[in-house]
Design a protein around this ligand. Structure first.
Ligand code: NAD
Ligand code: DAU
Length: 354
């Protein structure tokens, strides 16, 4: 076994932040297996593309022969599994890809990882880890006064996306209990930060506000999400990988519950200060309440006490500091923005918001 780790979905939003952080702070090599769907972007990893510790393989996690050959060739000491279809609205319009990648893809990785792990020498088998990156959405929706989700909260997924992630979580759990594969699962709240594809709320609002386009809030805008800056999530995943107890799940969250309308209003205030020449000012006059997402979960909130107590992880960023960093990143990376908002993106926005 080598010191390499295999990342799936490393060209997406969280995966690319994870790889950038890994290369900056760890010594060991990374192999990134990514299909490069609409959400995967090699430009995210330009900074490390010529680093000898970074290796990119374009491919599908559902391709068992490919996964098998990557495991055999690179002999990783861990698999960190980010690859997924990740956008709830797309899962409502077309769930097929979500079941294929999130359920079948995870199954395929688990099967190949199990065979690979079983063939390792005993010492290596003890070191190997399969870390599955999942979401708070598997727990369903909270009422206003409910306590936050903890690791023992009953699963109650409500969208095709969350149902597919819940199925994957159950498979991971089963591979630990049935086959002893050394798995770890992390369930995280809403991430935001650099490189997030602008179909998701925060980058969509930043980019629309700058262009004087409408800022769509679903329903009454009172739905609550628990926001976490992406680099904090990546650090948490690294800690779980290094020191998490096998077979366990860890909830990761920012202790940052915000109503959507508050998030949008904060972005508008910051943009009013930074971008006084934008076509429509103040930016909040662009807010428009639109038809709600079907089955829209009302509130998510994460109890992240377990990871704090066991691994001493705590988020570094507050929402106020993280959102400023994020807005500045989108203002300073126009070329990236122009590239990802061309082509298919326009089609998605036109169809979804029409
Ligand atoms: P993303 O959509 O930005 O990126 C997904 C990546 O996976 C892309 O690079 C894509 O090309 C790749 N991919 C998709 N299908 C693939 C396949 N069949 N084979 C190989 N690669 C494939 O997603 P993200 O927001 O970075 O989320 C990453 C992971 O974190 C997902 O598992 C998601 O469920 C989970 N998660 C996301 C959030 C969030 O707020 N974004 C929060 C908690 C958990
Ligand atoms: O909670 C973790 C999850 O967070 C991840 O597992 C998902 O991969 C990730 O996409 C995210 O899911 P959400 O559905 O919460 O994120 P999104 O950015 O799509 O929406 C955030 C909130 O904003 C949600 O209540 C829906 C609302 N919204 C979203 C969009 C795109 C709007 O009001 N208007 C919009 O145009």
């Amino acid at each position: 076994m080598q010191n390499t780790i295999l990342i799936t979905g490393g060209s997406g939003f969280i995966g690319s932040n994870f790889i950038l952080q890994w290369i900056a702070s760890e010594r060991t090599p990374v192999v990134n297996l990514d299909k490069l769907t609409y959400a995967g972007n090699p430009r995210n990893l330009q900074r490390v593309s010529s680093d000898t510790r970074y290796c990119f393989m374009q491919g599908d996690i559902c391709d068992r022969d490919l996964v098998h050959s990557i495991l055999e060739r690179h002999k990783p000491r861990a698999v960190v599994h980010f690859a997924a279809e990740s956008h709830v609205d797309r899962s409502i319009r077309g769930p097929d890809d979500f079941i294929r990648t999130n359920v079948n893809g995870t199954f395929c990785l688990l099967e190949e990882a199990r065979a690979y792990w079983m063939a390792l020498a005993r010492q290596d088998r003890e070191l190997f880890r399969f870390l599955h990156v999942s979401t708070d959405e598997v727990y369903g929706s909270l009422d206003p006064h409910d306590p936050p989700f903890c690791e023992t909260t009953r699963y109650a997924p409500n969208s095709p996306y969350s149902a597919s992630k819940a199925a994957a979580d159950h498979l991971v759990r089963a591979y630990f209990h049935t086959y002893d594969v050394p798995t770890l699962t992390t369930n995280c709240s809403n991430n935001y930060g650099p490189y997030q594809f602008p179909e998701k709320l925060i980058p969509l609002i930043i980019l629309n506000a700058r262009k004087g386009k409408s800022l769509p809030l679903y329903g009454d805008g009172q739905n609550v999400r628990d926001w976490l800056y992406v680099e904090d999530h990546c650090e948490a995943v690294r800690m779980v990988l290094a020191r998490g107890r096998i077979g366990e799940t860890y909830n990761i969250g920012g202790w940052n519950e915000k109503r959507n309308v508050e998030v949008v209003d904060t972005i508008c205030s910051i943009l009013d200060d930074l971008c006084g020449n934008d076509p429509v000012l103040p930016h909040r006059t662009l807010i428009s309440f639109v038809k709600d997402r079907p089955g829209h979960d009302r509130r998510y909130a994460m109890d992240a006490c377990k990871i704090e107590h066991e691994l001493s992880w705590k988020p570094r960023e507050t929402f106020e500091s993280g959102i400023r960093k994020t807005i500045n990143w989108y203002l300073q990376n126009e070329a990236w923005v122009n590239e990802v908002t061309a082509g298919n993106y326009r089609q998605w926005i036109a169809t979804h918001y029409s």
